[in-house]
Design a binder for this molecule. Structure first.
Ligand code: NAP
Length: 276
């Protein structure tokens, strides 16, 4: 019998996840299909009951349900518990277990795409929203030397650093961070600044950027933000948000099937779809 997987969110229509997962199922000869499930915020508990009752093998969870699903699961892993958000549910013979692959997916994409070890690196994270949270806690599990944070609302960066409870992090205002840019090996934009349609905006001035720094932006629409273009022109090595999107999906796929999909093919499909 074909296994059913899917995405719970509201809205879900524009998701690229079916494209990645259904292609990987076919290529690996796995009899399964990934569907989109538009779930109204008032019906999250019914949706999770539906996953159980229908024997749906696994789901991804997206905005706005990543926190709301937690009370209805049987267990969640330590990382998902720490960040308080689930993006992947595995149905293990009726036992629903929640995970979060967003941050781990980002870190794996960073290491693999940029061919870099994070050991001893000094990292600046820009932004303190939902995306930053998963990435920050995943970075804390690496051997990076510093993982500093900056955000427009500096109190949110402060709060996250406090929660991290790790002596490797400090928080700064955007202006302070701009003045210290030359102290970092890697900087990561997790804000929505520069995302379509406001493509002219930039999260942080790159005046003090050192050539050779890795500059990463989790935005994938546009594929290259104005900030990344400028970083490239200043001699940085740049990465866009497609890697995070693909690797969070690949890690979910692996949890469901035990198999690692062809991430390069997933990336190619996503980029083609985004270009259309
Ligand atoms: P979020 O929780 O709403 O957080 C938004 C962040 O952006 C906050 O730090 C916010 O600062 C900052 N921000 C927003 N407008 C700003 C402005 N005009 N000036 C300065 N800072 C501003 O959003 P999110 O879920 O983290 O998503 C952020 C971005 O990441 C989006 O573009 C999203 O598409 C992208 N994303 C990509 C992936 C991927 O797979 N590649 C995954 C998740 C998210 P304040 O705290 O001061 O408001």
């Amino acid at each position: 019998m074909e296994n059913v997987y899917g995405l719970l969110g509201f809205p879900v229509e524009h998701s690229l996840s079916p494209l990645m997962h259904n292609d990987a199922f076919v290529r690996l000869g796995i009899p399964a299909r990934y569907h989109l499930f538009s779930v109204h915020p008032k019906q999250v508990s019914e949706a999770i009951a539906g996953v159980r009752a229908l024997g749906i093998a696994g789901v991804n969870v997206t905005i706005p349900h990543k926190m709301a699903v937690i009370p209805f699961l049987d267990d969640i892993d330590d990382h998902a518990r720490r960040i308080g958000a689930v993006n992947t549910i595995v149905n293990d013979n009726g036992r629903l277990v929640g995970y979060n692959t967003d941050g781990p997916g980002y870190v794996k994409a960073l290491e693999e795409e940029m061919d870099v070890s994070l050991d001893g690196k000094r990292i600046l994270l820009i932004g303190a929203g939902g995306g930053a949270r998963g990435i920050y806690f995943s970075l804390l599990s690496t051997a990076a030397k510093r993982i500093d944070m900056t955000n427009r609302t500096v109190e949110k960066a402060e709060q996250l650093v406090r929660e991290g409870g790790d002596g490797r992090s400090a928080y700064f205002s955007l202006a302070e961070a701009e003045a210290r840019l030359d102290e970092y090996d890697i900087m990561i934009n997790t804000t929505s600044v520069g995302m379509h349609p406001r493509v002219e905006a930039q999260p942080l001035s790159l005046e003090r950027l050192q050539p050779g720094t890795i500059v990463s932006d989790i935005i994938y629409n546009p594929l290259e933000t104005k900030w990344l273009k400028e970083a490239k022109a200043r001699g940085a090595r740049v990465q866009n948000g497609v890697g995070m999107l693909v690797y969070q999906g690949a890690l979910a796929f692996e949890k469901w099937t035990g198999q690692w999909p062809d991430v390069n093919r997933m990336k190619q499909l996503v980029i083609e779809a985004l270009r259309r």
